[in-house]
Design a protein around this ligand. Structure first.
Ligand SMILES: Cc1cc2nc3c(=O)[nH]c(=O)nc-3n(C[C@H](O)[C@H](O)[C@H](O)COP(=O)(O)O)c2cc1C
Length: 283
């Protein structure tokens, strides 16, 4: 599609809030140009099917922006599952974006772009944005502290403005997907072997303090994948993505986990990758 954009879908999953911040920055930049924005937070299950129906109905002059945090070098399951459920939309422009916690953005952007391309969408831009590492919230100096910041937001505004110009210019706005695979083939092979499933055994175990838990079920309300059942205390199901919202947001501090070991592993990995540039847009 080329020609003036009229409508944008902004879809994201954001357990700790930074991908939501990026999404909202994109939405506001679009709205400032009088483009109608329809947002969908994938943690709210009810809105997902309605969103797919809306995307299915649209004929043209619309674009899909879709954002994920990077977990274990990949986009997270709710986002990849959403892309898998999308209808084939021939040449609909799409813009994947990721936030990552200063270790590595991995192959998340490339995989999202490939999955969108498999739905016949056209990738016209992308962004990777440095963010505070969600697993280091208890430390004083987390990786990506206070990111995204104003300079990240400006980069996103620049992306939106360039994309709108590209779309109205009438030339093919597609980007070369290989620019989203910015690691060497050797590292890409290594990253392909990592997964959230494999990282599971290294993730801090949670312990529920049954004296402190008052069965308020807030942990379930803040769980992005609906992975908590009650017996009557919280139990964590296989579809848990280890965002630890349940630990971080329990009003009674009744769900405990020790992050000391994983913090060292995260910081060592950040040293190994030293990803630069930290934030980047692809146009
Ligand atoms: C389980 C888990 C795995 C993560 N894996 C990575 C990673 O591989 N590389 C990285 O740089 N950050 C990693 N992070 C940090 C997140 O990518 C980062 O905090 C992101 O901005 C979170 O997005 P949100 O605030 O929208 O939830 C991980 C965080 C969690 C909870």
């Amino acid at each position: 599609m080329t020609g003036k954009l009229q409508k944008a879908f902004v879809v994201y999953c954001s357990p700790a809030g930074t991908t939501r911040h990026v999404s909202q920055t994109i939405s506001r930049a679009l709205q400032a140009q009088k483009i109608e924005v329809i947002e969908c937070n994938l943690s709210k299950k009810f809105s997902e099917t309605a969103m797919i129906t809306k995307i299915n109905r649209i004929k043209n002059h619309a674009c899909l922006f879709i954002g994920s945090p990077v977990y274990a070098s990949h986009a997270i399951p709710p986002v990849m599952d959403f892309i898998a459920r999308l209808p084939e939309k021939i040449n609909m422009p799409a813009v994947p974006f990721v936030t990552y916690g200063g270790v590595t953005s991995g192959i998340a952007l490339y995989e999202m772009a490939q999955a969108l391309t498999a739905k016949k969408m056209k990738i016209i831009g992308a962004a990777k944005i440095m963010a505070q590492h969600a697993l280091l919230w208890q430390t004083e100096d987390p990786l990506g502290k206070d990111r995204p910041d104003e300079s990240d937001d400006n980069l996103l505004r620049e992306m939106v403005s360039s994309l709108l110009n590209k779309l109205s210019a009438g030339t093919d706005p597609a980007i070369d997907l290989s620019t989203l695979s910015y690691y060497s083939p050797r590292i890409v092979e290594k990253l392909k072997k990592t997964s959230l499933k494999k990282a599971k055994s290294q993730m801090p175990k949670r312990k529920v303090d049954e004296d402190a838990c008052n069965e308020c079920r807030e942990c379930s309300a803040v769980c992005p994948t609906d992975a908590i059942t009650f017996t009557p205390y919280p139990e964590f199901e296989a579809n848990c993505i280890f965002c630890y919202n349940c630990v971080r947001l329990c009003p009674e501090d009744a769900i405990k986990a020790d992050f000391t070991k994983i913090e060292k592993r995260i910081r060592d990995r950040a040293e190994e990758f030293k990803e630069t540039p930290e934030s980047q847009i692809f146009l």
